[in-house]
Ligand binder design. Structure first.
Ligand SMILES: Cc1cc2nc3c(=O)[nH]c(=O)nc-3n(C[C@H](O)[C@H](O)[C@H](O)COP(=O)(O)OP(=O)(O)OC[C@H]3O[C@@H](n4cnc5c(N)ncnc54)[C@H](O)[C@@H]3O)c2cc1C
Length: 497
């Protein structure tokens, strides 16, 4: 029988003893302060609590959620910015109990507005009627097969984070699509650009091929959806897993020094065993300095507006989401609009419609009349009867930009996902947030969990598992892929012959 070396055995014994102590006496638990109750801070706190640590989350707002918040106004659900929940984001799907949400789906198509009419474009595999409209945008069958093979087959088999692996060369996505993959200009101009500009808030020249590959893989593996209650429902599910005493709302942290925290308006400092800065980049830079958190670039700013009206959306079969084709990213331009109650009926009272409109730039770059004039191009004069709601949400730093990462300085332990930045800032101080990871809220979740793991490691505590949801059985995964590869081969054979 193999035996442990004496020192290792003693260390393990000591660790077990300390764990037993923590179970018996909560006062013996290490204390960790988390600054920021957005998705990354809550994911970090949740994993720390499961690891047996005593956690306090300080959130300066009166409500949790950060950039993923929703307001309930007169029976309408207003997300504070147009979100789409990618249910197949790897971290998201392994963290949340999907059955607890009541989902409304975006559908298999979107309306592409070419200045004259709205064309319904989408995945012809899901709806054969869409084949005709897909080709009317200039997308070819070859484009479609290449996209299918790359995202539905290759990256699915290689794994969800394969697109972000350090060994993959990053480049502007236009270069990848046009030069490397040989996709048609129709695909890039008429299909990809209008679909991805609203996600990345920048033109394709500024989009990283790695980031696009990651999002395309998640998109082709499953659609996007909105939960009843708005995107806030995502944050609320996490918050429900935390004991009440963990969260301190309306509490702004003014200063941290080493691992102590001073709250706004207080002179005393509270000492913790570790502090995690999970604030957005601007606030984090104020607390720990730009040198510590770096100076990431941000995408364009954006503003989301809401219009309500009685009855159905104009037109007999208007798609749920509409994107303009050929629009450049200048302030005031509409880059995305959605009849959100067609996606998720719980977003508006019965008999009403809610149109969510996102424009480039801050709110001052447009006004109600200019917005309605622009909307008139899409739907005609009926828009002048729509009631613009007084709530609108502007984001100066919408999300970190997804520029190609040429000068990559990938830390050794981040090869798997080269967008991840180390969680340790200095002795006892850690950091997480979407700007420390790959694009979107999946990055925020992953970065929060990574910060929890780093804290536990340094405190000598066994960290709880990162995933709460059981992954699908391995044989089902492979069975599915064998079927998909078989179908792809058959399709290619049919096309070639
Ligand atoms: C309009 C918009 C649309 C988006 N759409 C999508 C989408 O469709 N898909 C997608 O994947 N991602 C989307 N995102 C990005 C996504 O919302 C973010 O990546 C994610 O919410 C970031 O979470 P976070 O915890 O890193 O930061 P945040 O959500 O910014 O959380 C930081 C928290 O820290 C708090 N805080 C700051 N300073 C202090 C302090 N001193 N003391 C205490 N608390 C403090 C803040 O109040 C905030 O609650 C969108 C973002 C925006 C703005």
């Amino acid at each position: 029988m193999a035996t442990l070396p004496l020192s290792a055995a003693m260390e393990r014994g000591g660790e077990r003893e300390r764990e037993g102590e923590r179970e018996r006496d909560p006062a013996a638990r290490p204390r960790v302060g988390v600054i920021g109750g957005g998705l990354s801070g809550l994911c970090c706190a949740e994993r720390l609590v499961r690891s047996g640590i005593s956690v306090t989350v300080f959130e300066k707002a009166e409500v949790l959620g950060g950039r993923m918040r929703s307001d309930q106004v007169d029976g309408f659900t207003l997300d504070r910015g147009a979100h789409a929940i990618f249910r197949h984001y790897p971290e998201f799907s392994s963290t949340f109990d999907m059955d607890q949400f009541s989902w409304g789906h975006f559908g298999q198509s979107a309306g592409f507005f070419d200045g004259f009419r709205i064309v319904d474009v989408g995945n012809p595999m899901g709806n054969l009627k869409l084949v005709r409209t897909l080709f009317s945008t200039g997308v070819t069958l070859i484009d479609y097969i290449k996209i299918f093979l790359r995202y539905k087959i290759m990256f699915r088999v290689l794994g969800p984070y394969a697109p972000l692996h350090a060994s993959r060369k990053d480049m502007p996505v236009k270069e990848l699509f046009e030069k490397k993959l040989g996709l048609s200009q129709g695909f890039v101009r008429n299909f990809f650009t209008p679909s991805f500009q609203p996600i990345f808030l920048c033109p394709p020249e500024e989009m990283s091929s790695q980031a696009v590959d990651f999002i395309m893989t998640a998109l082709t593996c499953g659609g996007t959806a909105l939960p009843a209650g708005g995107v806030q429902a995502v944050v609320d599910q996490l918050a429900r897993r935390l004991p009440d005493e963990v969260i301190r709302l309306g509490t702004s942290v003014e200063q941290i020094s080493k691992n102590s925290i001073r709250l706004h308006g207080e002179s005393d400092e509270t000492l913790f065993d570790a502090v995690v800065v999970a604030a957005d980049w601007g606030a984090a830079a104020k607390l720990v300095g730009k040198d510590a958190v770096g100076s990431p670039q941000f995408s364009r700013s954006s503003t989301t507006w809401y219009f309500r009206f009685e009855g159905k959306p104009p037109g007999s079969s208007t798609p749920h989401t509409i994107v303009p084709v050929g629009e450049s990213m200048v302030d005031g331009v509409i880059i995305n609009l959605a009849f959100v109650n067609s996606i998720q009926p719980a977003y508006a009272p019965m008999g009403w419609s809610l149109c969510q409109v996102t424009t480039v730039g801050l709110a001052k770059s447009t006004d109600e009349l200019s917005l309605k004039r622009r909307l008139e191009y899409f739907f005609g004069p009926t828009v002048h009867h729509w009631d613009m709601m007084s709530q609108h949400y502007e984001w100066e730093q919408h999300q970190p930009s997804h520029l190609p990462r040429f000068d990559r300085d990938t830390p050794k332990d981040c090869k798997e996902n080269s967008w991840m930045q180390p969680a340790r800032l200095s002795n006892g101080v850690y950091c997480c947030g979407d700007y420390r990871a790959h694009p979107g809220f999946d990055g925020a979740i992953k970065s929060g969990k990574a910060a929890a793991a780093a804290v536990c490691e340094d405190l000598g505590i066994h960290v709880a598992s990162a995933s709460l949801v059981k992954p699908p059985r391995a044989y089902l995964f492979w069975l599915w892929h064998v079927m998909v590869v078989f179908l792809a081969l058959m399709t290619t054979l049919v096309v070639v012959m």
